[in-house]
Design a protein around this ligand. Structure first.
Ligand code: KIV
Length: 258
């Protein structure tokens, strides 16, 4: 997947993973995953903050640069951090400039900021929307909770999604909404939906890389499938290294310079 024109409905499901660093990006560049999101979840996963509010433009730009260097063949989307897109236009444009100059080919922003999306799209910036659970609004939402559970909320979600589509978004992340809501919304949109905790009917799926690799032992939401036990593998390897050094089994002469 090399451009927004490859984000289509009706074909193979779109696959997206988050990535924040050069090392993992190199691995993803050699994988079949379609695109990479440099998410503001980096604030939590890489920096230990309790939510995504602490992510800054500089932080996402730094991660984006590293990811693009590691994954030059992947479509990279940079996440616009909290309050960079709902204050002044100058601030939003400064953020977009920094993310795209760092290597992002598109930006993602949370919420139905249709005027800004329209302006960005007219300026040549591909925009991915993000509705449902928008983690930057965690305090306004009262926690990380499933959204659109009432008929009225589901209707509002649909209206927002249609408005974002009309404003020019090329795809939409749908986070933590009931499966029938995501299904109906996906059917109603011409642009593809990429779900996380939104059931199987979306046009694609996204997961946080460290979650799907089993790298986070303290955090396992219902919608995450762990495809590996990275935490277990790392623990085992570190134990083996410590044991080998203490037993003087590492390094051997073969592993040393003569
Ligand atoms: O920042 C992030 O990881 C995201 C995904 C959850 C979609 O926005």
């Amino acid at each position: 997947m090399n451009s927004i024109h490859d984000f289509r409905k009706g074909g193979p499901k779109i696959t997206m993973l988050t990535c924040y660093d050069y090392w993992s990006a190199r691995l993803l560049n050699d994988s079949p995953v379609d695109c990479i999101l440099v998410g503001d979840s980096s604030a939590m996963v890489m920096h230990g903050y309790p939510d995504t509010i602490s992510a800054t433009t500089e932080l996402i730009a730094l991660h984006t640069r590293a990811v693009k260097l590691g994954a030059p063949d992947r479509f990279v989307i940079g996440d616009m951090p909290f309050l960079t897109f709902n204050g002044s236009l100058d601030r939003a444009m400064d953020c977009v400039l920094k993310l795209m100059q760092a290597g992002a080919q598109a930006v993602k922003l949370e919420g139905a900021h249709t005027e800004l999306v329209r302006h960005l799209v007219r300026s040549g910036v591909p925009v991915m929307g993000h509705l449902g659970l928008t983690p930057q609004s965690v305090h306004a939402l009262g926690g990380f909770k499933v959204q659109a559970k009432t008929e009225a909320a589901a209707q509002k979600l649909l209206e927002d999604a249609l408005a974002l589509q009309e404003a020019g978004c090329f795809a939409l992340v749908l986070e933590c909404v009931p499966t029938p809501v995501a299904e109906n919304l996906t059917r109603s949109l011409e642009i593809p939906t990429i779900g996380i905790g939104a059931g199987p009917h979306c046009d694609g799926q996204v997961l946080v890389l460290q979650d799907m690799l089993g790298g986070q032992t303290h955090f396992k939401p219902r919608f995450v499938r762990q495809y590996a036990d990275l935490a277990g593998t790392i623990k085992q390897a570190v134990h083996a290294f410590v044991e080998d050094v203490r037993q003087q089994a590492f390094p051997t002469l073969e592993e040393s310079y003569k």
